[in-house]
Ligand binder design. Structure first.
Ligand code: G6P
Length: 610
């Protein structure tokens, strides 16, 4: 899973490729590389183990220049992170290739190629592609024809950018199962894994379709479909702007993004509320008709977005009275699903590029859902393009790999969805206005939660030497506890698990001792008394408790109980507000541990492989 970028232009393309890579680093950051055809049409390549910034540093000592080039930032799948395994991969000094995706039949191809005398220098699945192209070039084919034949031999997922010294000024690009866009400039063309990578150089894009192959030269673009027939693909003008993304004085993007949540939620609500009610068309032109028909909701997502779906289940069933199932996309896509009558299929995704979520959506389209709705942060993403209804969360770019503002804005969107569906099941305008009012108080409530920052940073010190943690919640606070545990493990590498508090006695209680901190998410709701009993069970076993609660909850702090008290929050929006101190807590623990907060080891922001 990786990011690729390429350019063919009259000017030196290296700065464009490096800026593109920086913007694609959310896809992986364990190695990076660039290859260009220089003024003498010779192939030059630089690769580094590490991040794009390391590549920039390396290039400042050893600059490259050229009008045709490709570049790559990697998240290792086949073969460890190393310079040898870093892209671009080459055949001799002749062909260079960047790949995002996984070639599933790389083993048999490798065996065949060995028989044809090809050598292998890497552990990657990608090297077979470059060899296969060379194999066809040797039969006298040109680069385009060789790529046609090569992709016919490939099984799996790929987006590719290929250059060759025999045909300088030409990039062949191919897409199957991994997103790829072409940026259209004036007398120049670009390719990239997403639009965002190319916004500094163009607003005009062609989104390649599945199976497309593009033959790109400075002054000419030809696109062929999966049957290798020439096709015309429409140019779209992106509305996105190439805003510079900086830390605005914060130590990390994650901290900035946590503190931006009041503003991000205000942006999510902006233009979506009128006269104290939710504006239905915020979900798309056909939203009203589809919501009228909906009798059940199936939500599918991954990671943090999946947790947002789990919170929504509590909301949709309790307030809208509509059955809701929530499933992880990688499971949904490979099982036989029974779809209830008049079900709406909902995906949630920050990036809109998560492969499992996209595949689940494609599967859902073959089932008898009434429609598809995407709740997504990235306009013009693969997910939004493939869904009938779309709600854009407008959270702004999220850079930290651990998702924060994307989650709370997704919840805000899902709360509005709940209102619209509840409206059809007896929610009165007065009741709706009450719920909307709570939504409007969210930025203020989150600001109050952010005031706990200093206290949480001090509390984190007691935690930094721990190896495990247990998070507990009940009801809609269970997914919030799950999200808190995910934040901790992602960025601090402390093993953390979340459990429904009532389930504690069925197993995890056996783990509790002096060294196992237990974090309870315990707002003042109708489950509080039940939860308090669960906390006593922990205390009785010598466990150390960290209780995130309201100021009016009657639990006394003591040697074994640390209290984090929030201003009282209405039950319905508590999952959103209580998420914030858990984010800060995880953040401060990770800082104390000296971890790479924004780019934690082994992870990536958008997972574009299975
Ligand atoms: C990756 C990210 C997570 C994210 C998940 C789903 O694992 O590291 O932060 O929650 O993908 O991503 P999506 O873009 O679909 O919300």
């Amino acid at each position: 899973m990786c990011g690729i970028v390429g350019a063919v232009a009259q000017r030196d393309v290296c700065p464009i490729l490096l800026e593109g890579l920086k913007r694609l680093e959310y896809r992986g950051y364990d190695s990076a590389g660039i290859a260009v055809l220089n003024g003498n049409h010779k192939l030059e390549r630089v690769r580094v183990l590490g991040k794009v910034q390391d590549l920039v540093t390396s290039l400042s000592a050893q600059p490259l220049h050229g009008g045709t080039g490709i570049a790559h930032t990697r998240w290792a799948t086949h073969g460890k992170p190393s310079i040898e395994n870093a892209h671009p991969h080459v055949y001799k000094e002749k062909i260079a290739l960047v790949h995002n995706g996984i070639i599933e039949n790389h083993e048999p191809l490798r065996q065949q190629q060995k028989q044809h005398g090809f050598d292998f220098n890497t552990e990657t699945d990608t090297e077979v592609i470059v060899n296969q192209i060379e194999y066809y070039l040797r039969t006298g084919q040109d680069l385009l024809q060789a790529v046609f034949n090569t992709v016919d031999d490939l099984e799996g997922a790929y987006s590719l950018g290929i250059i060759c010294t025999d045909e300088p000024g030409r990039i062949i690009a191919a897409r199957s199962g991994s997103a790829l866009v072409i940026g259209v400039g004036i007398g120049e063309y670009f390719i990239a894994s997403d639009i965002f990578a190319l916004l500094p150089v163009t607003q005009q894009f062609i989104i390649l379709e599945e199976g497309d192959i593009a033959d790109i030269q400075r002054d000419q673009l030809r696109i062929y479909d999966k049957n290798h027939q020439a096709v015309i693909r429409q140019i779209i003008i992106s509305q996105q702007v190439a805003e510079a993304v900086d830390k605005a004085g914060y130590r990390h993007f994650m901290l900035k993004e946590i503190f931006t949540q009041p503003l991000a939620i205000a942006e999510t609500l902006e233009g979506r509320l009128a006269d104290g009610l939710v504006v239905e068309s915020a979900f798309g032109m056909r939203a009203a008709t589809i919501f009228d028909q909906a009798e059940a909701i199936d939500i599918v997502a991954c990671g943090t977005s999946y947790h947002a779906g789990l919170v929504a289940k509590y909301w949709l069933e309790a307030t809208a009275g509509i059955p809701c199932q929530v499933e992880i996309a990688s499971e949904f896509r490979y099982r036989r699903k029974v779809v209830s009558r008049n079900s709406l299929f909902v995906t949630i995704s920050q990036s809109g590029e998560t492969t499992d979520t996209l595949a689940a959506l494609e599967l859902a389209k073959t089932l008898n859902y009434i429609s598809t709705l995407a709740i997504c942060n990235v306009p013009e993403s693969s997910l939004t393009r493939a869904s009938e209804l779309v709600f854009l969360t407008h959270a702004g770019p999220e850079i930290g790999v651990a998702s924060t503002k994307a989650f709370t804005t997704q919840l805000t969107a899902l709360f509005m969805l709940m209102i619209l569906l509840a409206r059809r099941r007896g929610l009165t305008s007065e009741q709706e206005k009450g719920l909307v009012h709570h939504l409007e108080t969210l930025p203020g409530k989150i600001n109050l939660a952010l005031d706990l920052n200093q206290q949480l940073s001090e509390l984190a010190e007691r935690f930094a030497d721990k190896h495990h943690a247990l998070y507990l919640g009940r009801g809609s606070m269970l997914p919030v506890a799950m999200e808190g545990a995910l934040k901790l493990k992602e960025i601090s590498y402390i093993h953390a698990e979340a459990y429904a508090a009532g389930e504690l006695k069925h197993g995890p209680l056996a783990l509790v001792d002096n060294d196992m901190p237990v974090i309870a998410v315990a707002p003042n709701n109708q489950l509080l008394e039940k939860l308090k009993s669960n906390l006593q069970e922990v205390r009785a076993r010598g466990g150390k408790l960290y209780v995130f609660t309201d100021t009016d909850v009657n639990i006394q702090a003591s040697e074994d109980i640390s209290m984090i008290r929030m201003a009282p929050v209405p039950d319905c929006i508590a999952p959103i507000v209580f998420t914030v101190p858990l984010q800060l807590f995880a953040y401060h623990i990770a800082v104390l541990k000296g971890a790479d907060i924004d780019q934690p080891r082994n992870l990536a922001k958008a997972v574009t492989v299975e």
